[in-house]
Design a protein around this ligand. Structure first.
Ligand code: MF3
Ligand code: CO
Length: 294
């Protein structure tokens, strides 16, 4: 095959674990991938494609990931500091037999990223970050269960939030939904970011380019990189079994970011305008897609 991985014999077991003969299972699928590759399209190598068994594993991980954010949504509010949120998430995750993927990831010191107002992403939980009325905060949580990774994030509005901030939060979610609506099985990854960017632009907002979504499942961050400012009709073919996140970071002001925080993590908007983000994880299916975590 184009990806250097061998193909089973026609009457041998399929590589997907179905137990069926290859000729009755993924043989025509593999032929299709090879043909697309030969025509010059960017085709995911088989080792990025998840089998039904893998998807079940990711769903078990995602169930905890979703549970974490549901738990946070019930408890978050004015007066809570972000280190408390970190502790809730650590406890919930470990009590459910899982591991917070953020903890110690490339040296990240906590179990979650908490990004308030002008913080774009990778905010480090801190006792001194006390949520006050008017704040918008992203809680970005990632979970490992039995080696399977899940990843999602939500925005929370604390107390009385200004109409401008509320609009940023809502339209960022709408931009993500526009990206989802652009998904066509066997279509292009670039269609997603093009739709996200168009929605953001229609609202007068800008999209962060340096960070994007990512393949996920066996590792925290796998290929492909999911740009939120891509061109339609470009990029990797959306092959069923591909699992990735969409997680646009959208700024009320300019697109530029500031990564100069001495802690090495916290990313802010350069102009200190507000920034919002929502993240979902999905699998491409023959029909379209299925959300795994949100
Ligand atoms: N959760 C982020 C993502 O959506 C990654 C955070 S990495 C960390 O991809 F080290 F900052 F936690
Ligand atoms: Co992610």
């Amino acid at each position: 095959m184009y990806d250097g991985l061998g193909r089973p014999g026609r009457n041998d077991e399929c590589w997907c674990g179905s137990g069926k003969k290859y000729k009755k299972c993924h043989l025509t699928f593999d032929d299709k991938l090879q043909a697309l590759y030969d025509e010059g399209y960017e085709v995911p190598p088989r080792d990025l494609l998840k089998t039904p068994e893998d998807i079940e594993g990711i769903k078990r991980s995602a169930k905890i990931n979703i549970g974490v954010l549901d738990m946070v949504s019930e408890r978050i509010g004015e007066g809570v500091n972000t280190l408390e949120i970190d502790q809730w998430i650590y406890d919930y995750t470990v009590e459910h037999g899982a591991i917070p993927a953020d903890l110690d990831y490339e040296g990240f010191p906590n179990s979650v990223c908490t990004s308030i107002n002008e913080v774009v992403c990778h905010g480090i939980p801190s006792k001194s970050d006390v949520l006050t009325s008017g704040d918008i905060v992203n809680v970005d949580c990632s979970t490992i269960l039995d080696g399977y990774f899940s990843d999602s994030s939500r925005m929370f509005c604390i107390g009385e939030v200004s109409p401008e901030r509320k609009r940023l939060v809502e339209e960022t979610k709408a931009a993500l939904e526009a990206g989802l609506a652009a998904i066509k099985p066997w279509g292009f990854l670039g269609d997603i970011g093009a739709a996200v960017k168009a929605h953001a632009a229609s609202c007068g907002f800008s999209v962060v380019r340096e960070f994007g979504g990512h393949g996920i499942g066996f590792e925290f961050h796998e290929d492909p990189f999911v740009s939120h400012v891509s061109q339609a009709g470009t990029g990797m073919i959306l092959v069923p079994g591909l699992v990735f996140t969409i997680e646009p970071m959208i700024n009320a002001g300019g697109q530029a970011i500031d990564m100069s925080d001495p802690n090495g993590w916290t990313v802010r908007t350069k102009d200190r305008s507000d920034s919002a983000q929502w993240e979902v994880q999905l699998v491409i299916t023959e029909e379209g897609y299925e959300l795994l975590s949100w």
